[in-house]
Ligand binder design. Structure first.
Ligand SMILES: Cc1cc2nc3c(=O)[nH]c(=O)nc-3n(C[C@H](O)[C@H](O)[C@H](O)COP(=O)(O)O)c2cc1C
Length: 304
């Protein structure tokens, strides 16, 4: 028997495998494929304080063995999510992680306040998606800037739940940003979001995605995720990490945990097989059993 329990700051989970935000619905859509309560946690697509229509189609496109997307954070807004999506998640007993996004520090604060007003017990953590363009005077992405990232995390405390900061590997400052968000109150960091990319159709001579550029994900970004987790764990060994990027089987999860992740998320693999996260959990468990690893926690950071 392998002990699969894991601890991420103040949050204890029965196992270390979760869905990744934006790849498994806003609510309980995946319950028709497997029991969401069997996962460590279910991370829903990022929601803002307001309803948002997202980008023009096409929004997703294959890119080699990976995938590129510019969905543009379409969502119903936190209030509608609480009313329409949370009840189904509650009914299936999932441990829910809500991801929030915004374009300004105030947007994040409002999303967090709306969640804080409800404080649903099944919401075990709030993952703050910092990989959004920041319109707060400075151009760029929140997660590329330690001060802006820290300001967003401080504002997100209003949710009254453990806060995880989802960071980007599109910067060489990720270790600095991780330190800044921890100082600002994040209990953990989620590494990594998609990498900036673009696919051009030679026939039309135009980008294939409606928004032009997009975020690259899937198997090819796995080594980038491993490196980012490794570097952050080396610099900040006490900061819990949730590793994400190109995990499609148990070995991918093992690798991220050896690099320093206490848990992993499964994203693009869900588009190939919606049961991918359960397969990853089974593969991780089998790998541990075969290698005499009694507890998945023993893997965390063992590559250092
Ligand atoms: C179609 C799509 C939509 C996504 N939407 C979100 C989102 O709303 N919020 C977020 O934090 N990450 C979002 N992501 C990023 C994933 O959660 C994940 O960080 C990234 O895809 C890397 O993991 P993967 O290679 O397993 O997909 C999205 C990814 C994809 C492919």
């Amino acid at each position: 028997m392998v002990d699969r329990t894991t601890r991420i700051g103040s949050v204890s989970l029965p196992n270390p495998v979760m869905t990744a935000s934006g790849t498994a619905g806003h609510g309980a859509e995946f319950q028709s494929f497997f029991d969401l309560a069997d996962l460590g946690a279910h991370v829903v697509k990022s929601v803002a304080a307001f309803e948002w229509a997202g980008n023009p189609a096409p929004r997703v496109h294959p890119a080699g063995v990976g995938m590129i997307n510019a969905v543009g954070l379409q969502g119903p807004g936190v209030s509608a999510w609480l009313a329409d999506d949370l009840p189904a998640l509650t009914a299936c007993g999932a441990r829910v992680v809500v991801s929030i996004w915004g374009r300004s520090v105030d947007d994040y604060a409002r999303a967090a306040e709306l969640l804080g007003a409800v404080r649903a017990a099944e919401v075990v953590a709030v993952e703050v998606n910092l990989s959004c363009p920041n319109l707060e005077g400075r151009r760029g992405i929140f997660a590329h800037d330690p001060e802006m990232s820290a300001a967003v995390i401080a504002a997100s405390a209003a949710c009254g739940r453990p806060v995880w900061a989802k960071l980007s590997a599109n910067t060489d400052r990720v270790v600095e940003v991780a330190g800044a968000v921890r100082q600002a109150g994040a209990e953990a960091v989620t590494l990594i979001n998609t990498l900036l990319g673009m696919v051009i159709d030679p026939e039309t001579r135009r980008p294939v995605l409606g928004a032009g550029g997009g975020g690259y994900s899937g198997l090819p970004i796995h080594p980038v995720a491993v490196r980012t987790v490794f570097d952050v764990h080396a610099a900040l060994p006490d900061l819990p990490i949730i590793g994400v990027g190109g995990v499609a089987n148990g070995l991918g999860a093992v690798e991220l945990m050896l690099a320093g992740a206490s848990a992993v998320q499964v994203g693009t693999a869900n588009f190939v097989d919606p049961r991918a996260s359960i397969r990853v959990l089974d593969g991780l468990t089998e790998w541990c059993a075969r290698h005499g690893v009694d507890s998945v926690a023993d893997l965390v950071g063992a590559a250092h």
